[in-house]
Write a protein that binds this ligand. Structure first.
Ligand code: ASP
Length: 258
């Protein structure tokens, strides 16, 4: 199961995720995006991290933006009564930024920190995606290496939380995906777990026939082929990243958009 940014945007959303996950015992591998917008005037952590990096590049003070990121994580932690030292993680990140930080690594911290909190909240084992999702030199997923890592981890742990949107290069550095890539991480995890179903939990239930912010109550398309999904998303339908299709179609995994 993959939960998008709006599905993990606040403590209240974390509670919903926990309810959903606990309703079905077979939801064993959970992929999360970075904390997203809690309402329309809010900002996504990923956008704020990109903005932090732009400030550093042009030597502009980024304290205010970083504070917005800190507040989001600390509020979720406190509201849910979690113990994880997220303040320590944030302080470490801030000092890394000051020393000069790689943009992809910095931007990936949104899902990393979200995953850490979600892991404690659900009681699932946290797996850093840099130790699970491996890329080749040509920028494609190295399925052999990724599958091996997954098989080793599940020998020891039964239920995993995996941050979406990044993996690692053959040289070990973090490599991020294109925007919305958490969907692709979910599809890769579904593939290596040989799942029968990949549930993608997002802010609209299914693929609608029109943009719900323009058309009131559009009808949902009940069933679609992988090819149709890939073409629609490739042409710009924002529900799903077009690269989700490849990892699931190979194994005939049913993709359900919830
Ligand atoms: N957090 C990333 C983004 O905003 C990836 C994702 O949400 O899937 O693009």
């Amino acid at each position: 199961a993959k939960f998008g940014g709006s599905s993990v945007a606040s403590a209240e959303q974390f509670r919903k995720v926990k309810n959903i996950v606990e309703l079905d015992d077979s939801r064993r591998f959970v992929v999360v995006s970075a904390v997203g917008k809690a309402d329309k005037d809010d900002n996504k952590v990923t956008d704020l991290l990109y903005l932090c990096h732009a400030h550093i590049k042009y030597n502009i003070n980024f304290d205010n933006i970083f504070k917005m990121i800190e507040d989001k994580f600390i509020n979720i932690k406190n509201e849910l009564g979690l113990n994880y030292d997220i303040e320590g993680e944030l302080a470490k990140l801030k000092s890394e930024i000051k020393k000069g930080i790689d943009e992809e690594y910095l931007v990936s911290r949104g899902e990393y920190l979200t995953g850490l909190l979600m892991a404690e909240y659900l009681g699932y084992h946290f797996v850093d995606a840099k130790d699970l999702i491996f890329y080749n030199y040509n920028g494609e997923i190295d399925y052999l290496k990724t599958q091996n890592a997954f098989d080793n981890i599940i020998r020891e742990y039964d239920r995993l939380i995996i941050p979406g949107f990044y993996g690692s290069r053959p040289t070990g550095e973090v490599k991020i995906m294109t925007r919305g890539g958490g969907d692709v991480s979910g599809a890769i995890v579904a593939n290596i777990a040989d799942a029968s179903v990949y549930e993608n939990w997002t802010d609209v239930s299914g693929i609608l026939m029109a943009d719900p912010s323009i058309v009131r109550n559009p009808v949902t398309v009940p069933v679609m082929t992988y090819k149709e999904l890939r073409e629609l998303s490739y042409l710009g339908a924002p529900v799903m990243h077009h690269a989700v299709v490849e990892p699931v179609v190979k194994l005939g995994i049913l993709l359900i958009i919830k």
